[in-house]
Design a binder for this molecule. Structure first.
Ligand code: 13P
Length: 254
């Protein structure tokens, strides 16, 4: 069984002091509990250095929530993959549905972001997922297929092996409406079928696919025990130490 991954996406939350407190509490508790899952925290940009400074004994890794699709230069307000790499950031969320929706990030831009991340040795956590109307119209798989193909299938096998995928149904994000373990398992299996068709069975088997969307300490064990669910991308519950650690422990139990 592969080591699972639990990544906390803090989104646009917390003051600097609150972030510092949360990181300290996380460090203490992770040190005590020593979950075997790989733990990644993704604070807002201004707190990344705080997180990488506190990154100790491999208790957690640090991811950004976004990167620029450009390399360097006159792009006011942007943060490049090379800057993040130079601060010891290891991962980067790309294509979160909130960025697709509120910042009009399209497939072309996301492809460029994936390329930037890989070129600078950051691990992309590439998000895909359908909206509720798309699911109700029976188009959930079609949407996810398009997102995976356009965002990732230009990569060669070696590059693709460095990507983590997160299936986050948009209707489950921040709503308390978690996908059922069966719905999540079914979509993860579908994504693996697509990967096997594009690459091969071995690559499909080895790809880490996380579930995200109202994942919490109550439902994590059920979700993580499903075949093909390799951990979680956690929003709201990653801001509460007890919740987050409980999820990390549940990912470590399997
Ligand atoms: P919630 O866990 O708050 O639903 O958010 C999930 C998410 O968007 C993680 O990226």
């Amino acid at each position: 069984m592969r080591r699972k991954i639990v990544a906390g996406n803090w989104k646009m939350n917390l003051s600097f002091t609150d972030a510092e407190d949360l990181i300290n509490d996380l460090l203490d508790t992770l040190d005590e509990e020593k979950p075997t899952a790989e733990v990644i925290i993704c604070p807002p940009y201004p707190y990344l250095e705080l997180a990488t400074d506190y990154m100790e004994e491999n208790l957690f890794k640090v991811g950004a929530q976004n990167i620029s699709s450009f390399g360097a230069g006159a792009y006011t307000g942007e943060v490049s993959a090379s800057m993040l790499k130079s601060m010891d950031v290891t991962h980067c969320i790309i294509g979160h549905s909130e960025r697709r929706k509120y910042f009009n990030e399209d497939d072309k831009m996301l492809t460029a972001k994936v390329n930037q991340a890989l070129a600078h040795q950051l691990t992309p956590i590439f998000c895909v997922g359908e909206s509720l109307p798309e699911r109700e119209a029976g188009k959930d798989k079609e949407v996810v297929r398009r997102q995976v193909r356009h965002g990732l299938f230009h990569l060669d096998t070696v590059e693709f092996a460095r990507v983590v995928i997160a299936y986050e149904p948009v209707w489950a994000i921040g709503t308390g409406m978690t996908a059922t373990p069966e719905q999540a398992k079914d979509m993860h299996a579908y994504i693996r079928t697509l990967i096997a068709e594009r690459y091969d069975e071995k690559v499909a088997e080895e790809t880490m696919i996380l579930y995200g969307g109202s994942c919490n300490s109550e439902n994590a064990a059920d979700l993580f025990s499903q075949e093909g669910i390799d951990g979680g991308l956690i929003g709201g519950a990653s801001l509460k130490v007890d919740e987050f650690i409980s999820i990390c422990k549940q990912a470590s139990a399997k």
